[in-house]
Design a protein around this ligand. Structure first.
Ligand code: 4AD
Ligand code: MG
Length: 430
C-alpha cells in the first residue's frame, strides 16, 4: 500500500493508502474506534469499524495509548465532521509500539516540567507549529540572500578573540591555549566580503549572559550579511526589505500554523518598507515622555525597547547610538564622532531588538586605537587589522537573531519555545 502523509491526503480520496504515525487521541463508541493519528504533517481521523477489520486488529485498538506508534491502512473519504475534512476507513492496523504512560497529558503543566520534558514537549501541537514556522523563517532568510547574490561563508565557532565584548565569552581550552565560543561571525564575514563582495554566515552564536529574560539565550542562531562598499543607509534598507520578505513568506506559507497559534496577523501584514527611522536621541525623548528613568547615554533595556517600539505599527530602526555603549569596530559618525554609525531594529508589540548592525571602521589607525581603548589583545586582531591595509573600503552589515524573530512572528512570550533545545541560564538538559 502506498505510504502517504496527512498534508497530501486530499490527493488520495477514494484510494486505499497507509499512514504511519503516532496516536494523538482516541474515542470509543461501541463498535467504532476513532483514532486521531498524527504523522508530523497533520492529524487524520482513522475510523475503525469492528466489522471492517479482523478481531485481532479491533482488539489491538484497545491497547493503544497516547503517543503509541502505529500504521493504519484504509480508504480516504471526505468528511465534513472530521478534523481537516477527511477521514480514513481503516481496513488494517499495525501497532509499532504501545507507548508507556505519556507524561504530557492534555491537562495544564508547569513550564519547568515541560522544559524537563522538552524532548517530548516538542510533539505537542503548539511546539510543532513553532518548529514549522522556524523552519520556514530560516529558509526565507537563506533564499532572500541567495537570490540577491550573497555568498555563504561559514565562519568558525572556536575563536581566539571576542567580537561583542569580553564579558559574555564562553571560554574553552584549545590544546592549552585559551579559546572562546563565537559571539558573532562578523569579523570573519568582513574578511569574506572583501573577497566575494556580498557574503553571509548563519550559525550558532554564544553569549554567557547572566540574564534571565524572555529574550535571552546562551546559544542562539544568527544570520549575518556583510556588504563591501555599503554604508549605514544601505544596510538599513537591506534590513527592512529582509524583514518584510521574511514576514510575507510566513504569512503566505504558514497560514495554518499562525492560525493554530492564534497569532493576530494584522500586525504582520503591516510589515513593509519603509520602516520608521529614529536616532538614539529621538528614541531617548520617547523614553523621557514615557517616564523611563534610564540615564541619558546608556543602552536601552528590554522595558525601554518595549516603550519605544509601542509607538510604531511596524519595526522601527533606531540609529546612531553613543559609541561608548557599542562595540569597538563601529565607524564613528562624521557629524558627531561620539556617535556610532550603527542601528538596531526593534520589533513591534513589545518584542524589542531583533537586528543589530553597523558600518565598520575601515581606517587602520582608528581601528587599532579602538582595539587598544577596549583593552583587546592586538595580536589576536592582527589579521583583522590587515584587512585595513590591503584595499580597505567602507563596509557594513548586521546580525539578526533567529529566535527573536521566531518569537515575534509567532507571537509567543518567551524565546525558550523558539528553538528545539534552548540553552538558558542554569538549564542545559535535555
Ligand atoms: O546586536 P548583536 O550583539 O550584534 C552582533 O553580534 C553583530 N556582530 C552582528 C553584525 O553586525 N554582524 O546581536 C545581533 C542580534 C540581536 O539583534 C538579537 O536579535 C540577537 O542577535 N541576539 C540574541 N538572541 C537571543 N539571545 C541572546 N542572548 C542574544 N544576543 C543577541
Ligand atoms: Mg545588539
Amino acid at each position: 500500500m502506498p505510504q502517504v502523509y496527512v498534508e497530501d491526503i486530499a490527493q488520495h480520496v477514494g484510494q486505499e493508502v497507509t499512514l504511519k504515525g503516532w496516536l494523538y487521541n482516541k474515542t470509543d463508541k461501541g463498535k467504532l474506534r476513532f483514532l486521531l493519528v498524527r504523522d508530523g504533517t497533520g492529524v487524520l481521523q482513522a475510523v475503525v469499524f469492528q466489522k471492517n477489520v479482523s478481531p485481532e486488529v479491533f482488539e489491538a485498538t484497545d491497547t493503544l495509548t497516547q503517543e503509541s506508534s502505529l500504521s493504519v491502512t484504509g480508504e480516504i473519504r471526505p468528511d465534513d465532521r472530521a478534523l481537516g475534512g477527511f477521514e480514513m476507513d481503516v481496513t488494517h492496523l499495525e501497532v509499532v509500539q504501545v507507548a508507556e504512560s505519556y507524561p504530557i497529558t492534555p491537562k495544564e503543566h508547569g513550564t519547568s516540567f515541560l522544559m524537563d520534558n522538552r524532548h517530548l514537549w516538542l510533539r505537542s501541537s503548539r511546539q510543532h507549529q513553532i518548529m514549522r514556522i522556524r523552519s520556514e523563517i530560516v529558509k526565507a532568510c537563506r533564499d532572500f540572500l541567495d537570490d540577491r547574490g550573497f555568498i555563504l561563508a561559514d565562519t568558525p565557532i572556536i575563536t581566539p578573540a571576542a567580537c561583542e565584548g569580553t564579558t559574555t565569552l564562553f571560554e574553552l581550552d584549545y590544546f592549552e591555549e585559551k579559546a572562546y565560543l563565537t559571539q558573532s561571525g562578523q569579523l570573519y564575514n568582513e574578511a569574506a566580503c572583501m573577497s566575494v563582495g556580498k557574503t553571509y554566515c548563519f550559525g550558532p552564536t554564544f553569549r554567557a549572559e547572566k540574564s534571565k529574560t524572555r529574550r535571552h539565550l546562551m546559544e542562539f542562531w544568527m544570520i549575518e550579511p556583510e556588504v563591501a562598499y555599503a554604508e549605514l543607509d544601505d544596510i538599513m534598507e537591506l534590513a527592512e526589505q529582509y524583514i518584510s520578505y521574511i514576514t510575507q513568506r510566513v504569512l503566505e506559507e504558514r497560514k495554518e500554523e499562525l492560525k493554530t497559534l492564534e497569532r493576530d496577523t494584522s500586525w504582520l501584514e503591516k510589515v513593509a518598507p519603509p520602516f520608521p527611522r529614529i536616532s538614539y536621541s529621538e528614541a531617548f525623548e520617547i523614553l523621557k515622555e514615557e517616564g523611563s528613568e534610564t540615564p541619558s547615554g546608556s543602552d536601552f533595556g528590554g522595558t525601554d525597547e518595549t516603550l519605544i517600539s509601542k509607538r510604531f505599527d511596524r519595526p522601527v530602526i533606531v540609529h546612531r547610538y553613543p559609541k561608548a555603549i557599542k562595540a569597538f569596530y563601529m565607524e564613528p559618525d562624521p557629524v558627531d564622532p561620539e556617535l556610532a554609525l550603527c542601528m538596531d531594529i526593534l520589533a513591534p508589540e513589545g518584542y524589542g531588538e531583533i537586528v543589530g548592525g553597523s558600518q565598520r571602521i575601515h581606517d587602520h589607525d582608528l581601528l587599532l586605537a579602538r582595539i587598544q581603548e577596549h583593552s583587546l589583545p592586538v595580536e589576536s586582531f592582527q589579521w583583522y587589522l590587515d584587512l585595513r591595509k590591503y584595499g580597505s573600503v567602507p563596509h557594513s552589515g548586521f546580525g539578526m537573531g533567529i529566535e527573536r524573530v521566531v518569537a515575534w512572528i509567532c507571537g509567543i512570550e518567551h524565546v525558550r519555545e523558539t528553538i528545539a533545545f534552548p540553552r538558558m541560564l542554569h538549564r542545559m538538559y535535555p
